[in-house]
Design a protein around this ligand. Structure first.
Ligand SMILES: Cc1cc2nc3c(=O)[nH]c(=O)nc-3n(C[C@H](O)[C@H](O)[C@H](O)COP(=O)(O)OP(=O)(O)OC[C@H]3O[C@@H](n4cnc5c(N)ncnc54)[C@H](O)[C@@H]3O)c2cc1C
Ligand code: HEM
Length: 394
């Protein structure tokens, strides 16, 4: 709950702070990494720093949180924090680190806004920061307790590596100490840390793409580009059966809810991984609910898990599969050509939907679902990067 005086000050200064928030977060990361280079090397994703997406996600989340607070000062808008807290927990962020972030964030605010930051303005924004930070710390504490970890990683041995397509490989990971595999819900992900040739120990998240006995299974697409993706390329080039990877406990707020409601699973490209995890769970638990599984890909040969997708759907008594390929190949045409388009599908308004794929794909699917009467609250989505959708209004 934001005090009345701070709510007035935040409301009055929101346009100025909001307008400069990306500049502020840019200055913040500059200061944070100058003081703590180890955080950029071994905790933050340096690809997301280079392309600015993490800066945008942080700025967007603060602006959305502050906006929600001044609209309803009596409430704390915790709902929008779950995704961030799960990501933080998967990385092992600690309560003490919030003080470090506070120091550099407020120094950045003063650097960018100068004299506009009167003691009153600083105090009001300090209150916003700690409301957000304490809410995150509390959720993360609960997640740590539930997982029985502090978000630390432990060694897993690669028990098998399977090629799914030319660019996609599955890694079967068994705890190196022979211990049990942590519990997880379909849709969740793990953080994987690898030591790169320059000594940096970079971390990335990978969704669990199945539920094998005594192991975790992840499936990684090699990101080619300029430059190539650091961790995915390393995994593809250097990690084979017998290698040891540092892997965290499963986290993630996008989890398939059990129940009888119809479910729509929509994925595109490598976004198939959590959906395959969810379909596996539905098949293993003998689900009889209606399932509409939709996937879009560039072509059949780019489509990872295409056989599993069909087989899992065939195991479910009340499920249907629809596949779109942008460039179908002669041997095995898709149901449909082009981009995924739900127009012709019968999606019940009481369906609960899970989407995973590139943002334009998810936006298009979401628009169709809203038009079909599916409430926004029942449309869940996973983004394979910093969430630039956070706090959006419908
Ligand atoms: C919850 C979640 C689940 C995920 N699940 C999966 C999954 O199941 N399977 C999967 O394959 N992926 C998944 N991902 C994505 C995965 O975590 C990685 O983001 C992905 O593997 C790319 O990482 P990378 O290190 O190879 O690329 P990065 O090195 O992080 O690069 C990413 C992009 O940034 C660009 N870039 C990097 N450095 C620079 C620079 N200096 N200048 C300009 N551009 C630069 C690269 O060209 C590339 O396009 C998931 C992500 C999240 C958040
Ligand atoms: C109130 C304070 C904070 C806010 C508002 C915040 C906000 C965010 C947001 C919005 C994301 C992106 C989430 C996503 O979409 O996946 C994120 C990721 C992250 N945060 Fe925080 N955060 C805070 C504090 C911290 C602290 C104290 C640390 C530890 C030093 C930290 C480390 C990280 C890391 C490492 C990531 C992942 C970055 C990446 O993969 O690029 N954050 N945070």
């Amino acid at each position: 709950m934001l005090s009345e005086q701070s709510a007035r000050t935040v409301r009055a200064t929101l346009p100025v702070v909001g307008g400069a928030i990306e500049e502020i977060t840019g200055a913040f990361y500059g200061r944070l990494f100058a003081a703590h280079p180890e955080l950029l090397r071994d905790l933050f994703n340096r690809g997301n720093q280079a392309d600015g997406s993490q800066r945008q996600a942080l700025a967007g989340s603060i602006a959305a949180f502050a906006g929600a607070l001044v609209a309803h000062p009596e409430q704390r808008p915790d709902a929008m924090l779950a995704r961030i807290a799960h990501k933080h927990a998967s990385l092992g962020v600690t309560a003490e680190q919030y003080q470090v972030v506070h120091t550099h964030l407020f120094a950045a605010i003063v650097e960018i806004l100068g004299d506009a930051v009167t003691p009153e303005v600083a105090a009001a924004w300090d209150e916003v920061y700690w409301l957000m930070a304490n809410a995150l710390i509390a959720i993360e504490q609960r997640l740590y307790e539930q997982s029985g970890t502090r978000g630390e990683r432990r060694p897993y041995t690669v028990a098998a590596r399977t090629a799914e397509t030319a660019d996609v490989a599955t890694f079967l990971l068994r705890p190196a100490d022979g211990g049990p595999v942590p519990a997880h819900r379909p849709g969740q992900y793990v953080s994987v840390q690898v030591e790169l040739p320059d000594g940096a120990r970079q971390i990335r998240q990978y969704s669990l793409s199945g539920n094998p006995e005594g192991a975790l299974q992840i499936t990684v697409k090699r990101v080619a580009g300029d430059p190539d993706g650091e961790v995915s390329t390393f995994l593809h080039r250097h990690v084979d059966e017998g290698a040891v990877l540092q892997v965290g406990a499963p986290f993630g707020d996008v989890r398939l809810a059990d129940g009888e409601r119809p479910v729509l699973l929509a994925s595109a490209g490598i976004g198939c991984t959590p959906v395959i995890g969810m379909l596996t769970h539905l098949a293993e638990t003998g689900a009889t609910r209606r399932v509409i599984a939709v996937h879009g890909d560039r072509s059949e040969s780019a489509h990872a898990f295409r056989d599993e997708f069909e087989q899992l759907v065939a195991k479910l008594p009340n499920a249907e599969a629809h596949v779109w390929y942008e460039h179908p190949e002669a041997e095995r045409p898709a149901d449909r050509t082009g981009l995924v388009d739900l127009t012709g599908l019968d999606v019940p308004a009481d369906a609960v939907a899970y989407l995973c794929g590139p943002l334009p794909f998810m936006r298009a699917v979401r628009t169709r679902l809203l038009a079909a009467g599916v409430p926004a609250a029942d449309i869940h989505y996973e983004v394979f990067g910093p969430d630039l959708w956070l706090g959006q209004d419908d």
